[in-house]
Structure formats: C-alpha cells, structure tokens
Design a protein. Structure first.
Length: 89
C-alpha cells in the first residue's frame, strides 16, 4: 500500500534521519521525498510503500505520532489514494 507522509516543524538536526530510520524499522520503502526549509520551518513530504502486510496504517500512524512528539514535529500519514483525492482540483 502506498502512503503519503507529511512532516512539519521547527528545523533541527536529525529529522530526516529519525523518520527514515523509523520507516526502515517497519519495512516501509521510501519511493520519493521532497523537503525544504522555509524561514526556519522544516517541511517534508514522502511517498512510501508499506511492504509488511501485518502492520496496519493505524499502527504506523501511532508510532509516528510518538516519534513526532519525541523530535518536535507533526507527522501525518495517509493512504496515498485518500491524499490524492483530497488534493485533486
């Protein structure tokens, strides 16, 4: 299943590392990544593929909510189809 992650927060060292490591821990493959820093605010969007069929999207969301709290960012994860439908003009 393809998912979209959005990560937003104050820029600090290690955000990309912590997020990508956590994804690897859960066997989630990063397909595409775009990140920038705008006036001290970090913004990243990732397209990824969940390969572990025993892991639910809700479980992954819970894990990343905890990670976001630890590193001071907001992490949102959505099924890619829902993300695309929500942002279609």
């Amino acid at each position: 299943m393809k998912i979209v992650l959005t990560i937003i927060g104050e820029d600090r060292v290690g955000i990309v590392s912590r997020v990508s490591t956590k994804l690897a821990d859960f066997k989630v493959n990063i397909l595409d990544i775009n990140q920038n820093i705008l006036k001290g605010f970090f913004n990243m969007v990732m397209i990824a593929e969940m390969t572990d069929q025993t892991l639910t999207l809700k479980e992954l969301q819970n894990e990343f909510n905890q990670l976001g709290d630890e590193i001071g960012v907001t992490v949102k994860i959505q099924h890619a189809d829902i993300f695309i439908a929500m942002h279609r003009i």
